[in-house]
Design a protein around this ligand. Structure first.
Ligand code: URP
Ligand code: ZN
Ligand code: ZN
Length: 472
């Protein structure tokens, strides 16, 4: 099957050009002007941007948390991702406490196989470190699961001590893995949480007040210091605050391989949302928590200056009714996480490109190319080039629409962005040459998504100190 995408503006992380794209089977085979190949179908992209399918390297389908499970499974969550222009996810498999990494990984393969509409890879959440787990990490790297999330938060559930973190980091220095860190000081936060609850402060806003940015900054600095001691790179997940960004920036200024992502919720939503009247704030409970608004501009600056290398979602939805309300009267029992896998592409386009903060090329880099490079998927994913998978978004930058639970496809009963007006729509979304979304209809196939064996972490170029993505 040959598809010719004609008359569009092709945008990659490095180039913007008026060109046609020829797809043969699952691959892009040519990009050029006025390609006259005989094709089975022609898609007219006049007035549209033709961009790589986006890569979301931080999702939690069916994550067990706080006595319940994230409400999207691999079927619903990957369909929603495709609707939003994301054609690859990397989800977090979880080691059950006391069990091997293998058991956790097998469980995640079972959850995804036969269900995923788009291609997927896995990271592994490591909940304890011992000799046999360290050996298993080597094996996982060889199997194409070369990244491991560790937690400095949630004592008694996920949190590891510094010795365990240092041991795991030292191992990745040898085996080509990459440690991804949830950086919050869980010990201090837990003391605050108990104090607040004893004082009768159980409303959702207190989730934010008991997890101060200073404790994210402290943990981020500690994670980087441990990685430097182990002489290895580290990647900070869901970075939310200026304090944490400063720790990353300082390390990068010093030439250290410290990397970080942020997420749309930390660019758009704030502590004010956690303080919404009644129990509404529960819809916005995630960790690290939403910060006061002045953090937004700092994070955008981090994205422009490449102190933040990419945007992921941390998609981890829980219904308001029946899940978030497990924590009525006790914010510590509200399952942590927000929906977002469908919204990231348009939110970053809207707040980044439309608002004049970043270039089109930097946009593609943040949502597709950099995630693919960081997590061993490039050049198969994350770009449009001969030989790369034909994962393509034909994006109409002129469509004005309103984000709403009424129109989204994620399996969750609210939208964090309810009523927000945005400009831009992924009109046609293609994975490996197959059209998944077109004319407002879903044409994907459950189970067509393939497991992606990812390459070990090879490092990314040394930190650049110039503003790489600014529009002016
Ligand atoms: O609140 C969050 N972020 N939930 C998902 C789990 C995690 O820590 O990433
Ligand atoms: Zn986390
Ligand atoms: Zn997460």
């Amino acid at each position: 099957m040959k598809t010719l995408i004609k008359n569009g503006t092709v945008v990659t992380a490095s180039d913007t050009s008026k060109a046609d794209v020829l797809v043969d089977g699952e691959k892009v085979v040519a990009i050029g002007t006025q390609l006259e190949a005989r094709a089975d179908q022609t898609l007219d992209a006049e007035g549209r941007l033709v961009m790589p399918g986006a890569v979301d390297v931080h999702t939690h389908m069916e994550l067990p948390f706080g006595g319940t499970f994230a409400s999207d499974d691999f079927a619903t969550g990957t369909a929603a991702a495709a609707w939003g222009g994301t054609t690859t996810i990397v989800d977090f498999a979880v080691q059950t406490f006391g069990q091997s990494l293998r058991q956790g990984l097998d469980q995640w393969h079972q959850k995804a196989q036969g269900k995923a509409h788009i291609d997927y890879g896995f990271h592994m959440i490591v909940r304890e470190v011992n000799d046999s787990i360290l050996k298993e990490m080597d094996q996982l790297v060889r199997e194409g699961v070369p990244s491991f999330k560790l937690f400095m938060a949630y004592p008694g559930v996920f949190m590891l001590d510094d010795a365990s973190i240092f041991r795991a980091m030292s191992r990745t220095a040898e085996n080509g893995g990459l440690i991804m860190m949830h950086a919050e000081n869980g010990g201090a936060i837990d003391v605050l949480v108990k104090r607040y609850l004893e004082a009768g402060k159980g409303d959702p806003i207190n989730h934010g007040l008991t997890r101060p940015a200073s404790m994210e900054g402290e943990a981020t600095g500690r994670a980087i210091a441990l990685a430097r001691l182990a002489e290895v790179a580290v990647y900070i997940v869901h970075l939310s605050s200026k304090e944490a960004l400063d720790a990353v920036r300082e390390a990068r200024d010093d030439g250290a391989p410290a990397f970080a992502e942020t997420c749309p919720q930390y660019l758009y939503l704030s502590l004010e949302d956690l303080g919404r009247p009644g129990f509404e704030g529960a819809k916005y409970v995630c960790s690290p928590p939403l910060r006061p608004k002045p953090h937004h501009d700092e994070l955008w600056k981090g994205l422009v200056q490449d102190d933040l290398q990419l945007v992921a979602t941390d998609h981890c939805p829980f219904h308001f009714k029946g899940q978030k309300d497990l924590g009525r009267g006790d914010f510590s029992k509200i399952p942590n996480g927000l929906p977002g896998v469908e919204d990231r592409f348009t939110l970053i386009f809207h707040g980044g490109v439309n608002a004049g903060r970043i270039t089109l090329n930097r946009f593609v880099e943040l949502v597709a190319t950099a995630p693919a490079k960081m997590f061993g998927l490039f050049p198969r994913k994350g770009t449009i080039a001969p030989g790369s998978d034909a994962d393509i978004v034909i994006f109409n930058p002129e469509v004005e629409r309103t984000l709403s639970v009424k129109t989204h496809h994620m399996n969750v009963d609210y939208s964090c962005y309810e009523g927000m007006k945005v400009k831009g729509l992924p009109e046609i979304v293609m994975q490996r040459g197959n059209v998944l979304v077109r004319d407002g209809k879903f044409q994907g196939t459950k189970g067509a998504g393939q497991f992606l064996r990812r390459a070990p972490f090879h490092g990314t170029p040394a930190p650049e100190r110039s503003a790489v993505g600014a529009t002016a």
